[in-house]
Write a protein that binds this ligand. Structure first.
Ligand code: ZN
Length: 199
């Protein structure tokens, strides 16, 4: 039996497909949306389709950007010989917020997780290796999370890069085990960066 109009049921169903939104929250959000002024709902819907349609991967570092190349990669004041490898754009943002890192990034969009069936081919690793072949790089700083997946990924990448002779380092363990970079304060992030160890 349908308690609500089909349109509302559909909205609830769509909202509950989002991560972290259970049935109850989806219902609450749906009814909140029903009470919003129509033009505000329009803006919300447009911001979602705009973000999804107009944002693309940067052709160099694979972060999300609305240009072909992101502002960091296209900035000639940045040190393009140092590449920090992060799991996602949120981690990139965390390091950018410190304002103390002047190199560039490479965004993997995930981490290797045998448990979840995520292998090296499922993240932007080939793209990193290609980049290292085409570009002069002095150091690759691996700043994946200190979770099991992050450590597995760091080890895998370091083994891949080592034979090339490029220096590979890992951010220090100032980052708590299992901690997501994006939730860690700037001082701790900087300490982890400065205390990085060569692999
Ligand atoms: Zn970029």
């Amino acid at each position: 039996m349908e308690y609500y109009s089909n349109h509302i049921s559909n909205l609830i169903e769509q909202l509950s497909s989002l991560p972290g939104i259970g049935a109850k929250s989806a219902q609450r959000l749906a009814f909140h949306i029903m009470n919003m002024p129509p033009d505000q709902v329009q803006k919300l819907a447009e911001s979602m389709t705009d973000a999804r349609n107009k944002v693309q991967y940067c052709k160099s570092c694979y972060t999300l950007t609305d240009q072909e190349e992101c502002p960091i990669c296209s900035n000639s004041d940045r040190d393009h010989r140092v590449i920090m490898v992060v799991e996602n754009p949120r981690d990139l943002a965390a390091y950018e917020k410190t304002g103390k890192y002047n190199g560039v990034y490479h965004v993997l969009h995930g981490a290797i997780s045998p448990m979840l069936g995520i292998g090296p081919d499922d993240i932007k690793l080939k793209e990193l290796m290609q980049r290292l072949q085409n570009q002069d790089v002095d150091e690759v700083i691996i700043a994946t999370n200190s979770s099991l997946e992050g450590e597995t990924t760091a080890m895998y990448i370091s083994k891949l890069i080592k034979p090339s002779g490029i220096k590979v380092s890992r951010i220090a363990s100032g980052v708590p085990v299992g901690g997501d970079l994006e939730y860690i304060d700037e001082v701790t992030l900087l300490r982890a960066l400065e205390g990085r160890v060569e692999l």
